[in-house]
Unconditional design. Structure first.
Length: 153
C-alpha cells in the first residue's frame, strides 16, 4: 500500500513540474490571430511591394511558411512568395515593430505598415506607427537586437 501511495505522489510531483513548461512555451515565429493560422490578417504580403498598398488575399492562393498561412491575391504573387518568402514576409514575423524595439511582442496590424530597405514592417496602430516613424532606424536596430529572444518572454 505504501509503495502505491509513494508512486502516486511521485507521479503527481512529476505532472506538476511538466505543466508549467507548456504554459511558458514560446510565441509562434509568425503572428496569426487566435482562431486561425492566417498571417497578415489575410493580406497579400507581395502586394505591399508590387502595388504599394495592402490587398486582401484569397484562400485559393495559400503558402504555409514558418507555421503560418500567407494568402495571396493571385497565383503570380503566390509564386513570387514561394520562391523567396524571406523577401516578402513581414519582419519580426508580423509582430509590431515598435513593440519589438521595446522588448516585447504585440500584434502587428496589416493596415499600419512601411517598407524600409526592402523589408515590410507592421505596427500595432496609427499612433504606435507615428512613434516608430520618429526614429525608424533606431527602433529597427533595437528590435533586431531583441529578436527573436522576445518570443520566449
Amino acid at each position: 500500500m505504501f509503495k502505491a501511495l509513494g508512486l502516486g505522489v511521485a507521479l503527481a510531483v512529476i505532472g506538476s513540474v511538466a505543466v508549467p513548461s507548456v504554459a511558458l512555451a514560446a510565441k509562434p515565429e509568425v503572428y496569426t490571430d487566435a482562431f486561425s493560422k492566417v498571417a497578415l490578417q489575410g493580406y497579400d504580403p507581395v502586394a505591399y511591394f508590387t502595388q504599394g498598398r495592402p490587398v486582401k488575399g484569397s484562400a485559393a492562393y495559400v503558402v504555409t511558411y514558418k507555421g503560418a498561412q500567407f494568402q495571396f491575391a493571385s497565383a503570380e504573387n503566390e509564386a513570387k512568395f514561394s520562391a523567396r518568402p524571406e523577401a516578402y514576409a513581414p519582419k519580426y514575423g508580423g509582430y509590431c515593430a515598435w513593440a519589438a524595439a521595446q522588448g516585447y511582442t504585440a500584434r502587428g496590424d496589416a493596415r499600419y505598415w512601411k517598407i524600409v530597405n526592402g523589408r515590410l514592417y507592421l505596427n500595432y496602430d496609427a499612433g504606435v506607427q507615428r512613434k516608430w516613424e520618429a526614429d525608424i532606424s533606431g527602433f529597427i536596430a533595437k528590435a533586431d537586437n531583441n529578436w527573436p529572444g522576445i518570443l520566449s518572454k
